[in-house]
Write a protein that binds this ligand. Structure first.
Ligand SMILES: *[C@@H]1O[C@H](CO)[C@@H](O)[C@H](O)[C@H]1NC(C)=O
Ligand SMILES: *[C@@H]1O[C@H](CO)[C@@H](O)[C@H](O)[C@H]1NC(C)=O
Ligand SMILES: *[C@@H]1O[C@H](CO)[C@@H](O)[C@H](O)[C@H]1NC(C)=O
Length: 358
C-alpha cells in the first residue's frame, strides 16, 4: 500500500517541519553575536525589545544579494520578504563615501579569532570590517533598543565600534551626528547619493550637493553661517523629534522643531531624521503601536522653505541640466520639458536631454 505509506510519511513530516520552523524563528530572534557564532543571510539579531533588527537585508532588485543593515522591525517582522527600504536606518559601507558591500547567501558575519567583526564572502575574502581604532579584541555584537549596533570588548561594556559613530543617511532619537549624513542614490538603492548634511570643522552647518567635486562652499545650497575660530558645532536628533545644533559655547539652535511636547515624543512615536534622496532633510514619525502598514508622517524639513529655489553660489539647483524642479508630495521632483527625456530614468535628478537628434 505505497500511497497509504506515503500519506503517513507526509503527515508525520508536517509537525516536524512546523517544529523546524519554530526552531528557525527562535534562532533568528537572537539578540547578540558572540565569538564563534555566525550570522548568514537572511538572518539578523534583534534589539532586546525587538523594535530593531541588524543583519542581512536582500536588495529589492536582486534577492540573491544582501546589504548588512539595521532596520525598524514592525509587527514582529516577516523574514520572507525584506523590510521596506524606508525602514533601513543604517547600512554598512567601506567608508562614509565608499561602496556598499554586497553579501550573498554564502557570506558570513562573524567575530574572528583575533577579535574583529568581519563580513566575509564564501571564499573568506573580507567584504567589510567594523573599523576599530582600539587594539583590543571584540567579543560580542549587540543591538540596543535605540537602534545602535555595538561591538563590545571582553568586559561587556567597552565599546570598540558602534553604528551611531558611522551614520549613513539617518539619525535616530538620541543620536549626535558624527561625520556627515549622506543621501542614498535612490530610495531602494543603498549607495552614496549626491547630498550631504554636516557640521564642518569650522562650526558651520552645511547642506551640500555633489560635495566631492570641488570646494565645499561652492557646493553648499544652505548653511547656518555659524563658522568661528572655535569650531566644534554638533548636530543632535532628540527624542522629541527635534533636530538642533549646539555651538562651541553651548548655545542650542533649532534646525527642525520638535513635535508638540504633549505628543510624548519617542515614548509614543517611532522617529527618525533622514537626508532624503532629493537633498532635503526630513523628520518622520509614526505611532509606536501602529501595524506594519502604518505610514510615516513628515513633521519638519531642513531647509524649512526654499525647496525648488535652493541653489549653490554657482547657481546649481536641485535638478540636473535641461530639467526643472517641482514640489510634489513630500519630495522635490525633477521633470523634463516637452521634447526632452531623462538622461537616467532611475535617477531623475541627473538631468534631461533632447528626445531626438535635431
Ligand atoms: C550590489 O547588488 C545590487 C543588486 O544586484 C547591484 O545593483 C549593485 O550594483 C551591487 N553593488 C556592487 C558594489 O556590486
Ligand atoms: C509574510 O509575507 C508573506 C509574503 O508577502 C505572506 O504570504 C505571509 O502571510 C506573511 N507572514 C506574516 C506572518 O505576516
Ligand atoms: C566640543 O564640544 C563638546 C560638547 O559640546 C565638548 O565636550 C568638547 O570638549 C568640545 N571640544 C573642543 C575641542 O572644544
Amino acid at each position: 500500500m505505497p500511497t497509504t505509506l506515503q500519506g503517513f510519511a507526509l503527515s508525520c513530516l508536517l509537525p516536524f517541519l512546523a517544529v523546524a520552523h519554530l526552531l528557525l524563528a527562535m534562532a533568528m530572534a537572537r539578540t547578540k553575536l558572540t565569538v564563534g557564532d555566525v550570522l548568514t543571510p537572511p538572518d539578523y539579531i534583534t534589539s532586546p525589545s525587538g523594535g530593531f533588527a541588524f543583519g542581512f537585508r536582500a536588495h529589492d532588485s536582486d534577492p540573491s544579494k544582501f546589504i548588512l543593515a539595521t532596520w525598524f522591525r514592525f509587527g514582529g517582522g516577516n523574514s520572507s520578504r525584506p523590510p521596506q527600504p524606508q525602514f533601513v536606518v543604517w547600512f554598512a559601507k567601506e567608508s562614509s563615501m565608499g561602496a556598499t558591500p554586497n553579501a550573498t547567501a554564502r557570506s558570513v558575519l562573524s567575530i574572528t579569532t583575533d577579535g574583529q567583526l568581519t563580513l566575509a564572502d564564501g571564499s573568506n575574502q573580507v567584504l567589510w570590517t567594523a573599523s576599530t581604532s582600539s587594539t583590543r579584541r571584540g567579543y560580542v555584537l549587540t543591538l540596543s533598543d535605540f537602534g545602535n549596533a555595538r561591538f563590545l570588548g571582553g568586559d561587556g561594556h567597552t565599546v570598540l565600534w558602534e553604528s551611531f559613530w558611522h551614520p549613513t543617511d539617518t539619525l535616530l532619537p538620541g543620536q549626535t551626528l558624527q561625520g556627515m549624513l549622506l543621501s542614498k542614490r535612490a530610495d531602494a538603492e543603498f549607495t552614496t547619493g549626491r547630498y550631504s548634511l554636516a557640521a564642518q570643522d569650522d562650526g558651520n552647518v552645511v547642506l551640500c550637493v555633489d560635495l566631492f567635486t570641488g570646494d565645499t562652499m561652492q557646493n553648499a545650497y544652505w548653511a547656518t553661517g555659524t563658522n568661528s575660530p572655535s569650531g566644534n558645532t554638533t548636530i543632535t536628533f532628540d527624542d522629541q523629534g527635534g533636530l538642533s545644533y549646539t555651538l562651541y559655547d553651548g548655545t542650542v539652535n533649532t534646525l527642525i522643531p520638535p513635535m508638540a511636547s504633549s505628543a510624548g515624543g519617542s515614548s509614543n512615536y517611532v522617529l527618525f531624521a533622514r537626508m532624503d534622496t532629493d537633498g532635503i532633510v526630513r523628520t518622520y514619525f509614526r505611532p509606536r503601536n501602529g501595524g506594519e502598514t502604518t505610514s510615516w508622517t513628515v513633521s519638519g524639513t531642513l531647509p524649512s522653505d526654499g525647496g525648488c529655489k535652493l541653489k549653490t553660489p554657482r547657481m546649481q539647483g536641485m535638478c540636473g541640466p535641461g530639467s526643472y524642479c517641482v514640489e510634489t508630495k513630500e519630495r522635490l521632483s525633477c521633470l523634463c520639458p516637452p521634447g526632452y527625456t531623462y538622461i537616467d530614468t532611475q535617477h531623475t535628478d541627473s538631468g534631461c536631454t533632447p528626445a531626438f537628434e535635431p
